[in-house]
Write a protein that binds this ligand. Structure first.
Ligand SMILES: Cc1cc2nc3c(=O)[nH]c(=O)nc-3n(C[C@H](O)[C@H](O)[C@H](O)COP(=O)(O)O)c2cc1C
Length: 373
């Protein structure tokens, strides 16, 4: 094995009993590669094999729906029924065959679901549509769906499951003072707004037993009247108290991603590291930092400064799956970088099209395209 100058980056870490061979993780990245209806496709298997081959310790598979009613698009992965199990097994095995740990992110998109009647904690306008407020009975039923989906991830052979509390999806909608205007004990005070994700965590843990559960964590909505770190760190502490395995910090929601100041902020290297650092001050479980961590030197300095315990690469790894190997071998100049001026992948997936990266070679684009169904 080559000696590396990035000593912190290539130091192993344990997530409960699970050994990670280094500090590099793939942050979840939805690219529209599942089949219409949400089944795992040949393209997905090819894509995740590439992602795992490069040497990252942990691959967190993009958000998978716990119910069709909470699906973000017709090409969002599904894990809401046992009929998806055989394909999910193939996906987990594809990643693990490459000696990476595999996690599945599970999600309910709430008011952002691509359905006729989206549901949410409260009937708050969502780009001109108003979701229906969830009843208490529905709340319990969604919690059960999370638990069942987590159990499916375990049965399919994933090493971990990640609850999607980011991007302004349902879990985050309950925590946010903007989108949760309920007057029952799921709304109002911070304690009440945290109830829904914490009850889900409890139910998931009771169902999966001794199985690691991570959390994609919305630290800041980046909206004037939205959730900010002052409140979100309270959730971080509660998650730790209730047995979360790691916290993967992020900022922004669909309502802030396209604001000029957020576009500007998120074009900067390491733009979400300060959020991870803020969370890390309050918990002792491992914290993942993501957001344009393009160079191994930056990743190393984040770990060295103890701003995070793990590095999350999403587009950064997708553009160049060999990033970890190149970092280890000291070939950082050979890394293909995601351009901060480009948002082609996001634009494509938002139009319901499979994403490709303009930085890829013609051959690579053709290889992806030839597998798209
Ligand atoms: C096209 C696209 C899809 C994404 N899909 C997910 C997702 O399914 N789940 C999630 O938690 N975050 C998702 N993210 C956020 C990424 O995990 C990550 O936090 C963000 O892209 C910053 O990291 P990067 O600069 O390495 O891409 C997505 C981001 C983009 C651009």
């Amino acid at each position: 094995m080559n000696k590396t100058v990035y000593k912190n980056l290539f130091k192993p870490l344990k997530l409960n009993e699970l050994r990670l061979k280094n500090r590099i993780t793939m942050a979840p990245l939805f690219l529209g590669y599942a089949l219409e209806g949400g089944k795992v496709s040949a393209l997905m298997l090819y894509h995740y094999k590439l992602m795992a081959q490069g040497g990252a310790a942990l691959i967190v598979v993009e958000n998978a729906s716990i119910t069709p009613a909470g699906s973000g698009s017709t090409r969002t992965l599904r894990c809401d029924h046992n009929r998806y199990l055989p394909d999910l097994e193939k996906l987990a095995a594809t990643i693990k065959d490459q000696k990476a740990r595999a996690a599945l992110q599970i999600n309910h998109a709430g008011r952002f679901a691509h359905v006729v009647e989206p549901v949410a904690p409260s009937a708050v306008d969502t780009f001109g549509r108003t979701p229906r407020e969830l009843t208490r009975r529905e709340i319990v039923s969604i919690q059960k769906q999370f638990a069942n989906a987590a159990l499916r991830a375990k049965k399919a052979g994933f090493d971990l499951v990640e609850l999607h509390g980011g991007t302004g999806y349902l879990l985050a909608q309950f925590v946010s003072p903007r989108t949760n205007q309920r007057i029952d004990d799921y709304g109002g005070s911070l304690e009440n707004r945290l109830r829904f994700p914490l009850e889900i965590l409890k139910r998931v843990k009771d169902t999966v037993g001794d199985f690691p559960v991570g959390y994609r964590f919305l630290a800041d909505e980046w909206l004037p009247d939205g959730l900010g770190p002052q409140e979100s760190v309270v959730l971080a502490r509660e998650l730790e108290e209730n047995g979360i395995t790691y916290i993967s910090a992020m900022g922004g929601t669909y309502e802030s991603f396209f604001l000029p100041e957020v576009i500007k902020k998120s074009s900067k290297p390491g733009y979400m590291v300060s959020l991870a650092a803020a969370v890390k001050k309050h918990v002792s479980v491992p914290v993942i930092a993501a957001g344009r961590i393009s160079t191994p030197a930056r990743a190393e300095s984040i770990l060295k400064a103890k701003k995070a315990d793990l590095i999350g690469l999403a587009r950064v790894l997708w553009v160049d799956p060999q990033w970890p190997q190149k970092a280890r071998r000291g070939q950082e100049r050979a890394i293909t970088k995601c351009s901060p001026k480009c948002d082609a992948c996001l634009q494509l997936v938002m139009k319901g099209k499979p994403a490709y990266c303009p930085r890829w070679s013609k051959e690579k684009r053709q290889a992806y395209r030839s597998l798209f169904r």
